[in-house]
Design a protein around this ligand. Structure first.
Ligand code: HEC
Ligand code: HEC
Length: 240
């Protein structure tokens, strides 16, 4: 593991950490947010191999950590427990430069991890990991307003408790880190996350920065169902 992390750090430096990778074509058509084309539809049909999933995930763990819990400061999102279809879509979008992620891009490429089979293997593995019992939360100072906004603007897609939808590719947002969600929400609102769902963009277009903080703070505090959460201090037994 130490060796891998070092390789990642070195490659990051030489890849110009933080610089932006020039993006592919703009997503302009409303239905373009989820065409299902390319690697996504291929990966969804493959039977996952758990052993290879564990091997591939070791690359990812350099940033998303071995438990898949990401970082409370929001630099790296939690991946553990996310819907498999959502993970496949986001990974395929990142590889196809349909979602900008210059930090992760070089490590997500076929040269680094393999083809669609690797996508199927690693996403199946990640989706089954138990979730972080201590995700990052907001200031907690405007939760009633946040709850009202959530109920009126988010439930129809992300569900009553932020559970999302595997079938519809709506991300699970319960248990996700506040700072990560705040960044994504702002990017979606301001048109910077190019693979965003256009109906969400419309729904949140009128949100002020205070509305945004309130609703994300509320979201970050929605309790995750007990059966999906790891015990405090859990360490991933698949690596040692
Ligand atoms: C060098 C660090 C790094 C590595 C290695 C890395 N990622 Fe990421 N990943 C990130 C960052 C940073 C983000 C969030 C980007 C943003 O804020 O838009 C991210 C986001 C994601 C997302 C989107 C999550 C969401 O909720 O939409 C997925 C899925 C993902 N990574 C999967 C993987 C997988 C699978 C691997 C291994 C093959 C991997 N990552 C390796 C840094 C990394
Ligand atoms: C019309 C359906 C819809 C509505 C309404 C909606 N969202 Fe979303 N949201 C989505 C979809 C779909 C994505 C993933 C888009 C993609 O594939 O890039 C997403 C992504 C997100 C993300 C990023 C998740 C991640 O893992 O990167 C956050 C945070 C989020 N939504 C929060 C909210 C909140 C809070 C509200 C209400 C104020 C809301 N959304 C309303 C459909 C919706």
């Amino acid at each position: 593991m130490k060796k891998l992390t070092a390789i990642v750090a070195v490659t990051l430096l030489s890849a110009g950490f933080g610089s932006s990778v020039s993006a592919g074509g703009q997503v302009t058509n409303v239905s373009d947010w989820n065409t299902g084309e390319g690697e996504q539809s291929v990966a969804m049909k493959l039977t996952p191999d758990r052993e290879n999933g564990i091997e591939v995930y070791e690359v990812c763990s350099a940033c998303h950590l071995l438990e898949g819990w990401g970082m409370t400061n929001g630099t790296f999102p939690q991946l553990a427990g996310q819907h498999k279809n959502v993970l496949i879509k986001q990974l395929a979008d990142i590889r196809a430069l349909n979602r900008d992620n210059p930090t992760m891009y070089p490590f997500a490429l076929p040269e680094s991890i393999g083809d669609e089979q690797a996508i199927a293997d690693v996403t199946d593995y990640i989706a089954k990991l138990p979730m972080n019992p201590n995700n990052g939360k907001g200031a907690g100072d405007n939760l009633a307003h946040g709850e009202k906004l959530y109920k009126e603007n988010c439930v129809q897609c992300h569900g009553e408790i932020g559970e999302g939808s595997q079938e519809k590719f709506y991300p699970k947002i319960q248990g996700q880190h506040y700072a990560y969600m705040l960044r994504q929400f702002e990017w979606i609102r301001d048109g910077k996350r190019r693979n965003a769902n256009p109906d969400m963009v419309k729904q949140i277009a009128g949100f002020s920065d205070d509305d945004m903080k309130a609703v994300i703070d509320y979201t970050s505090r929605i309790p995750v169902p007990k059966e999906d959460v790891a015990p405090v201090g859990w360490m991933n037994p698949d690596y040692n």
